[in-house]
Write a protein that binds this ligand. Structure first.
Ligand code: GRG
Length: 342
């Protein structure tokens, strides 16, 4: 393959091979020279690609900073209150902004500026934050910490945390309606926000999760159903909203499939990391296994779970091939999300 046509990862891999071969000192002079030249070309190519990547990252950072300011501005609108402080505390508390990033990359694929997606991405992040605040409450998961900091009801109090969640959920719809698009698109956005996060979406997932708490032997199907609703629905929402904002309703079905599989894969990776991450540190599996928690990995085995991840990957790639936009940026975001090691 000509050096120019190689992808960055392939070029880096080849460079690594060349360095190893050259270090072995077992080559004829002519072969060593030819490899050296190939290495020089590849390293120039990688440097060029890295520069391009840096520029892209700078642009993304700019969007990120601007979006953070947008979130802060929207959450503090109108009169101050203790509830509003609590809303802002949780909204600006170090979330990874996975869902906004998904929305922005879909828009980029359609050639639309990320700013067009700010109101909708803000609305989704508000709904995501409300779900985390309520999930941490004593009546639910009873977590004192969220993202390593006191959870909302610990930083404020339980009643304020309930109101902060309610405030974020309801504000989300007001903010989404500020999207610059047609009335038909706005109706579709509001319907999607409600559908994916509501009682037939994420809330149903939380309901199933609560119901299954005392089930000591949940089936794989049940675990996947919980993930499907609790995780996948809110990861699908930004992809679907991206299509709606781009007025590409024909792509919705494919993005819906991608989002649903993405959530299952995201959770499966989490379960795998829970085992392998611990293994790396102490040489044996801990956490979920030691807590006797049944997970997809304990039901399928590590290899079975990895095979499942590979088949999810395959489905996502296939569906990405059907959508009408450029999926380069979205593919990178998905790779980063799914290949995480933390
Ligand atoms: C209370 C209605 C209600 C729902 C709660 C979101 C949720 C449902 C529970 C939180 C627990 C959990 C592990 C849910 C699965 C979804 C998920 C992976 C949430 C975390 O998303 P990230 O990683 O969070 O994007 P950050 O902190 O980066 O924003």
């Amino acid at each position: 393959m000509a050096a120019k046509q190689m992808k960055f990862q392939e070029a880096m891999k080849r460079l690594d091979e060349i360095v190893t071969l050259l270090n072995n000192n077992e080559l004829e002079l002519e072969e060593a020279m030819s490899l050296f030249e190939e290495g020089l070309k590849l390293s120039a190519q990688c440097e060029k690609q890295l520069k391009k990547f840096e520029t892209k990252m700078d642009q993304l950072m700019e969007v990120n900073k601007e979006f953070e300011d947008y979130l802060l501005m929207r959450v503090h609108e109108n009169d101050d209150s203790r509830t509003k402080d609590a809303m802002a505390y949780s909204l600006m508390n170090g979330g990874k902004r996975v869902r906004p990033t998904l929305l922005f990359s879909v828009l980029e694929g359609y050639g639309i500026d990320a700013r067009v997606g700010y109101p909708c991405a803000c609305a989704i992040e508000m709904i995501h934050t409300y779900s985390l605040i309520h999930d941490d409450l004593p009546a639910m998961d009873n977590d004192d910490l969220r993202r390593g900091k006191p959870s909302c009801h610990k930083a404020y109090d339980e009643a304020t945390a309930i109101l902060a969640g309610d405030g974020l959920l309801t504000k989300a719809f007001e903010v989404a309606l500020d999207s610059e698009c047609s009335a038909e698109q706005k109706v579709a956005l509001v319907k999607a926000l409600s559908w994916y996060s509501g009682i037939d979406g994420m809330i149903y997932g939380q309901t199933l999760d609560l119901q299954s708490e005392n089930d000591l032997n949940p089936t794989l199907a049940l675990l996947q159903e919980i993930d499907h609703y609790k995780t996948s629905k809110l990861l699908t929402l930004p992809l679907v909203c991206g299509c709606i904002l781009a007025n590409k309703f024909d792509d919705v079905e494919h993005f819906r499939k991608i989002g649903l599989v993405l959530g299952l894969e995201f959770q499966m990776q989490d379960d795998i990391l829970d085992v392998t991450g611990s293994e790396e540190v102490v040489g044996k599996s801990l956490s979920d296994e030691d807590n006797h928690k049944v997970t997809a990995v304990s039901l399928l085995g590590l290899q079975g779970a990895r095979d499942m991840v590979a088949s999810y990957d395959e489905t996502i790639r296939k569906e990405l091939g059907y959508v009408s936009c450029d999926v380069t940026s979205l593919s990178k975001v998905l790779d980063t999300l799914l290949k995480r090691t933390y």
